[in-house]
Design a binder for this molecule. Structure first.
Ligand SMILES: Nc1ncnc2c1ncn2[C@@H]1O[C@H](COP(=O)(O)OP(=O)(O)OP(=O)(O)O)[C@@H](O)[C@H]1O
Ligand SMILES: [Mg+2]
Length: 397
């Protein structure tokens, strides 16, 4: 869920202070079709039946979470005893396991008879786990939208806290963008599909009656369905938007290096448009194939936004910045439009950033510009001194 990069004086009146739970740097396990075990052997994937339905394209917010309450024994059976082979990945909250449940009752099922689910189990050392677990249940448990991961149920027993989700077979966008070797490069059209879907998910949150600020928009929280439909996961840091004509909520500063909006980091003032800034960072990652923050790059390039903004603002040549894994297979004009859009999202003044609805429209226009490969020869690669294929070691929580 979220990664703390410090909690300055802007500490929140509206949020219990909690210590960082991911104090160490670590390499996460890989999930997805080519990722770690997840039950051993290739399993026929059956899509979760209710995914994307019920809410339609626009989504809806339920009055109360409608979730299955699991016992620990049931989830032990679902995940085959939380076996290491069932691990899909690991985040700040804890391990994520693959399992099987009956489609209708969600009772534990044999693999051949059930649908695949993902079970997130709190690491007992996670200090902020309870707060994040409650947010996940209260926010995600009430939200239905094709671009939000479906929370199916939860378990709270003894000191164990677990969450059960629909399984996302292609794993996280982070893995596809940054784990070279393990995953095929994403094409231009898939990158746009992912950007548009993720933008729709955020636009839905921002347009709900009581706006919801997601606060943790980053590549690892965008999970991909079998057809690369993106879905936002991890609502542990989500917050209700401002009320009574206010522009922002004041809260403890928590997030991930490289993604959080400058006004939020500096003051603890969180705007709906702070999410738009995070979106701009991810759009930049999609264009460049570079992590938002990477200590393996030379110091002036470690923060992607600081380094890349002169290029995307149009002052310098964009071609050298584009992800080499695209092999030049994208329409340059569309890429330039996307870079301009990222630049607008990254505006220092939150008010000057576009709304997520505007972002969706702009991305759809960019998509309509086609995917044709230009006949021109490929450009030389950008001045990136070192590209780490691994998880960013600078990530803190
Ligand atoms: N519903 C799911 N279906 C398939 N894989 C999942 C699912 N949820 C999580 N995973 C896998 O488990 C990994 C860990 O997810 P988790 O959300 O706990 O951490 P994270 O988002 O990577 O990091 P952070 O804690 O910083 O948010 C993800 O990268 C993903 O690969
Ligand atoms: Mg996550």
């Amino acid at each position: 869920m979220g990664n703390c990069f410090g909690c300055p004086d802007a500490a929140a009146a509206d949020e219990k202070p909690t210590s960082p739970s991911k104090g160490t740097t670590k390499q996460k396990a890989v999930s997805g079709e080519t990722g770690r075990g997840g039950g051993g052997g290739r399993q026929e994937y059956r899509k979760w039946p209710s995914t994307g339905s019920g809410g339609g394209e626009t989504g809806r917010v339920l009055d109360v979470p409608r979730l299955r309450v699991f016992t620990l024994a049931e989830l032990r059976a679902v995940t085959r005893g939380f076996k290491p082979e069932m691990v899909l990945g690991e985040g700040g909250f804890g391990m994520v396991y693959k399992g099987w449940a009956d489609e209708r009752t969600l009772n534990p099922a044999k693999s051949s008879a059930g649908v695949v689910v993902a079970v997130k189990k709190l690491n007992p050392e996670s200090v902020q786990g309870l707060h994040e677990w409650q947010s996940e249940v209260n926010f995600l448990g009430r939200l239905v939208h094709p671009n939000l991961v479906k929370l199916l149920g939860y378990c709270r027993e003894e000191r164990e806290l677990l969450l059960v989700y629909e399984f996302m077979p292609k794993g996280s966008l982070e893995n596809h963008l940054f784990r070279r070797g393990a995953f095929e490069p994403l094409s231009w059209s898939l990158r746009l599909k992912i950007a548009i879907g993720a933008a729709r998910g955020l636009a839905f949150l921002h347009s709900s009656e009581r706006q919801i600020i997601y606060r943790d928009f980053k590549a690892s929280n965008i999970l991909l369905d079998v057809d690369y439909t993106p879905k936002l996961s991890d609502f542990g840091l989500a917050k209700n938007g401002p009320v009574a004509g206010r522009s922002h909520v004041t809260t403890r500063v928590i997030g991930t290096y490289g993604y959080a909006a400058p006004e939020y980091v500096a003051t603890g003032h969180l705007y709906v448009k702070s999410d738009v800034y995070c979106f701009g960072v991810v759009l930049l990652e999609l264009l460049t194939g570079l992590r938002a923050h990477d200590l393996n790059r030379p110091s002036h390039q470690q923060n992607l936004v600081e380094w890349a903004r002169p290029y995307i603002a149009g002052g310098r040549k964009l071609t050298g910045l584009m992800d080499q894994r695209l092999a030049g297979d994208y329409p340059p004009k569309a890429a330039a439009r996307a870079a301009k859009l990222a630049d607008r999202c990254l505006c220092g003044d939150p008010k000057s950033r576009p709304s997520m609805d505007d972002v969706v429209v702009a991305l759809q226009e960019i998509e309509s510009m086609g995917t044709a490969r230009p006949a021109a020869k490929l450009p030389p690669r950008a001045p990136v001194a070192h590209r780490s294929p691994h998880r960013n070691p600078s990530k803190l929580r």
